[in-house]
Design a protein around this ligand. Structure first.
Ligand code: GDP
Ligand code: IMO
Ligand code: MG
Length: 428
């Protein structure tokens, strides 16, 4: 039975939380496999609004077992803060499992994230400042602290000493900051041990056993395809694999256990932080999309950069992830527009190119070639079937579908849990 992956098809904030919520009651496990508390998922359930960063949004569905898998970087302060906040609102979080192999974000990772960004000046990435990049850098450099290290104080101390060795030289001599004491870090990490212990597990084994029992395991990607460290707009990316391949390496579930890949794509495009964005708008249409779509970061509150739908990006995401179904979100945000431009290809140095150029410099100055679609000038938030959508809205969706490399199975027509039009069921 299915392993299902949800991934962002653009630069994040496509509404992945809502897609998880939609699959809801049929899911047994929901797995976060990449990133950390750089993510921000807003989920609206009835009159309640939840903003989650580290925890997968599936934690809101009763009966689901949420898993923080090995590919995640965990800030323990944030973990317990989110768990306490949900418990206070009556959400049962007792099933949470945390991989013994997940890496820990510590105080020094957050500090280094901030000082390196400042040091980069004009070249900065615009990170969320949560220590994500430095924690992954330590993992790859083999000086990371893993969840399991917390349970052996001697090992923990040695590892923290090793990790701080070079970093303190760097902090003091290059960045003009104070050195960080080993004890300060060790004491802080040890303060979480007893609360953490019951959650820690061999999550790869548990997920394997769940799939063997024919249970449904949903992998919820943080960030998105264009922010993937390998396949995104490097270096303006996050430091993990946010594409569907990351679900496998980030959880220990083999690729052939994954049956479906659901790509979440907005009916227009947004991006937070620096980097290329061909369809970006700087005029009043941009202001309109930002205000109507409420495009302000869940994590940092920054206004999101906004632009029109970019079909080559959707096609790229379909290819890289093996998207079987798209969920097209926020179609309702376009309700009042007279015409809606869609980027169908780019012009690079006077030449029309159909796909994302492999050269980053070409992508930086790629100019979108637009096709215009007539708006529908009607409120669609009450629509629940494809046939009840205005004809122009149907045509817009069908046009995007034909350009985007996979079928559009669900359409979001409002932020609420039920505000969707289902064309094809996401679960068999
Ligand atoms: P994520 O990071 O991909 O989980 O997405 P975010 O939660 O950061 O941003 C998506 C926002 O869009 C959230 O505030 C959702 O409540 C909202 N949203 C999701 N689907 C729809 C939709 O179909 N229409 C509207 N108007 N809002 C939506
Ligand atoms: P969700 O899961 C949008 C962006 C940051 C920055 C870059 C690197 O809500 O879609 P990082 O702190 O990860 O090192 O920052 O990635 N970024 C996101 N943008 N949505 C996200 O998550 C993001 N997570 C990171 O703005 O440009
Ligand atoms: Mg988000």
């Amino acid at each position: 039975m299915p392993g299902i992956v949800i991934v962002g098809a653009q630069w994040g904030d496509e509404g992945k939380g809502k897609a998880t919520d939609l699959l809801g009651s049929r899911i047994d496990y929901v797995v976060k496999f990449n990133g950390g508390n750089n993510a921000g998922h807003t989920v609206v359930v009835g009159n309640e609004k939840y903003a989650l960063h580290l925890l997968p949004s599936g934690i809101l569905t009763p009966g689901v077992t949420p898993v923080i898998a090995n590919g995640v970087v965990v800030d323990l302060e944030v973990l317990f803060h989110e768990l306490e906040a949900l418990t206070a609102r009556g959400v049962d979080v007792s099933r949470l499992r945390v991989s013994a192999n997940a890496h820990i974000i510590t105080h020094y990772h957050r500090t280094i994230d901030k000082v390196t960004e400042r040091f980069l000046g004009k070249r900065q990435i615009g990170t969320t400042g949560r220590g994500i990049g430095p924690a992954y850098a330590d993992k790859i450099n083999r000086v990371g602290i893993r969840v399991q290290d917390l349970f052996d104080e001697n090992i923990l101390r040695q590892k923290v000493e090793g990790a701080l060795d070079v970093k303190n030289h760097m902090l003091v001599k290059i960045y003009n900051r104070r050195a960080i004491a080993v004890d300060e870090i060790v004491d802080d990490l040890l303060s979480y041990v007893e609360r953490l212990r019951p959650m820690v597990a061999d999550t790869a084994l548990e997920l394997h056993e769940a799939l063997e029992r024919d249970e449904i395991v949903l992998f919820e990607g943080g960030q998105a395809t264009m922010l993937d460290v390998d396949h995104g707009t490097y270096p303006f990316v996050t430091s993990s694999n946010a594409t569907s391949g990351g679900a496998s390496t980030g959880s220990g579930v083999a690729p052939n256990r994954i049956d479906r890949v659901i790509g979440i794509v907005k009916a227009y495009t947004t991006r937070v932080g620096a980097g290329p964005f061909p369809t970006e708008l700087f005029d009043e249409s941009g202001d309109y999309l930002r205000a109507t779509g409420f495009e302000f970061g869940t994590t940092t509150g920054r206004p999101r950069r906004v632009g029109w739908y970019d079909a080559p990006i959707a096609r790229y995401a379909a290819r890289i992830n093996g998207v079987t179904d798209f969920v097209l979100t926020k179609l309702d945000v376009l309700d009042d527009l007279d015409t809606i431009p869609v980027c169908v290809a780019y012009e690079v140095d006077g030449v029309r190119v159909e796909e994302i150029p492999v050269s980053q410099s070409d992508f930086h100055h790629a100019k979108p070639i637009y096709e215009e679609f007539p708006g529908w000038k009607q409120d669609i938030t009450g629509c629940r079937t494809f046939e009840s959508l205005p004809k122009n809205a149907q045509d817009y969706v069908l046009a995007l579908e034909s350009m985007s490399g996979s079928r559009i199975s669900v359409i979001g027509v409002g932020p609420g849990r039920d505000e969707v039009v289902v064309r094809h069921n996401l679960l068999p």
